[in-house]
Design a protein around this ligand. Structure first.
Ligand code: ZN
Length: 270
C-alpha cells in the first residue's frame, strides 16, 4: 500500500467533537465494478457504516471486502485522499476502481505509478489464464506450486501484477500491484485482464513459450531438425524455439486453433 499522508485534521476534528472513543458514522459509496465486491445489501447505494475510532479509510474499505489494490481513487468530503486518511464522524467517502476514467487531475491516485511494461504473476488457480496471456505475448509467470508468500515476493521483486481470485491475498499490505480476477472462465478472464489494463494494443501473439513463459526466437530448420516429427519436417519451413526450455513451435493445426483464440479475444476487445 502507498503511504500517502491522509488529509490532516480528520482525527483531530473527531477529537474536538468529543469522540475520543466510541463509534463514528461514515457514508460510503462505491462505483462501477467495485460494487461486485460488496455485500449485496451495500452494493449500488450509499451505505452508512459504524466504525471504531481511529479507523483509516483504507481499513474501512477493506473491511467491506474491497482489497486496496482494487481502489484507485478515494474522495472524502470532496477531497482526494490517501489510504491513511483517518475517518471522522459524518465523513462522506466515494471509492472509484482502478482505471475508471475520471477527468480530475489533482486527484491522488492510490497506487504507485502504473507499470510501464506490464508483467504478471498468476496464482496457482489461474494456469489456463497464464497460458492465454502468454499466447498473446504477455509475460506471465506461473507455477502450480507457488505459495502465497512466493507470489507476493515475485510480484514485488519483479514488479509483476499479481493475478488472483483471492481477495485476501490482495489485502496484504505488501502487495502494490494486483488485479482481482472476477470471471470463472479462462477466456473471459483473459478478456477481463486485457481490457482492464488497456493492453489490447500490446498483444503480440506467438512471441512467447506457452509452457514456460520464455521468449521465442525464429530458428533455422536445420537447427531443430532432430526434434521434429517426420511429418512436420516435410511440411513446414518456419520454426521458432523457446530461449529457455528449447521447445520448438511451428505453424501447424494447433497453431491455427491458437490463432482463432487470439482473433476471438481481439473481437471481444473491440
Ligand atoms: Zn519454453
Amino acid at each position: 500500500m502507498t503511504k500517502l499522508a491522509g488529509r490532516p485534521g480528520g482525527a483531530a476534528d473527531a477529537l474536538t467533537q468529543g469522540q475520543t472513543r466510541g463509534v463514528i458514522r461514515v457514508m460510503f459509496r462505491f462505483y462501477a465494478e467495485l460494487n461486485d465486491l460488496l455485500p449485496e445489501h451495500r452494493a449500488q447505494q450509499t451505505s452508512v457504516l459504524e466504525l471504531p475510532l481511529p479507523t483509516t479509510v483504507g481499513d474501512a474499505i477493506e473491511s467491506l471486502g474491497v482489497p486496496h489494490t482494487e481502489a484507485d481513487v478515494i474522495v472524502v468530503n470532496g477531497d482526494s485522499v490517501g489510504f491513511d486518511r483517518l475517518l471522522a464522524d459524518g465523513d462522506r467517502v466515494a471509492v472509484y476502481p482502478v482505471f475508471e476514467a475520471i477527468d480530475v487531475s489533482p486527484i491522488v491516485h492510490l497506487r504507485p505509478e502504473p507499470l510501464r511494461d506490464v508483467r504478471f504473476v498468476a496464482d496457482v488457480h489461474l494456469g489456463k489464464l497464464a497460458r492465454l496471456l502468454r499466447l498473446c505475448g504477455f509475460d506471465c509467470r506461473y507455477r502450480n506450486d507457488f505459495d502465497d508468500d512466493e507470489l507476493v515476493d515475485i510480484s514485488l521483486a519483479e514488479r509483476r501484477v499479481l493475478l488472483t481470485k483471492d481477495r485476501g491475498l490482495l489485502k496484504r499490505r505488501a502487495v502494490t500491484h494486483g488485479c482481482l480476477v472476477h470471471n470463472q472462465d479462462p477466456f473471459e478472464q483473459a478478456v477481463e485482464i486485457v481490457r482492464r489494463l488497456d493492453l489490447a494494443g500490446s498483444i503480440e501473439p506467438f512471441t512467447r513459450c506457452l509452457a514456460c513463459n520464455g521468449m521465442l526466437d525464429d530458428t533455422d530448420k536445420e537447427a531443430v531438425l532432430s526434434r521434429l516429427p517426420p511429418a512436420v519436417e516435410q511440411d513446414h519451413e518456419r520454426f521458432s524455439r523457446c530461449r529457455d526450455c528449447g521447445r520448438v513451435y511451428w505453424p501447424g493445426s494447433h497453431h491455427e486453433r491458437l490463432e482463432a483464440i487470439v482473433d476471438r479475444l481481439r473481437s471481444y476487445l473491440g
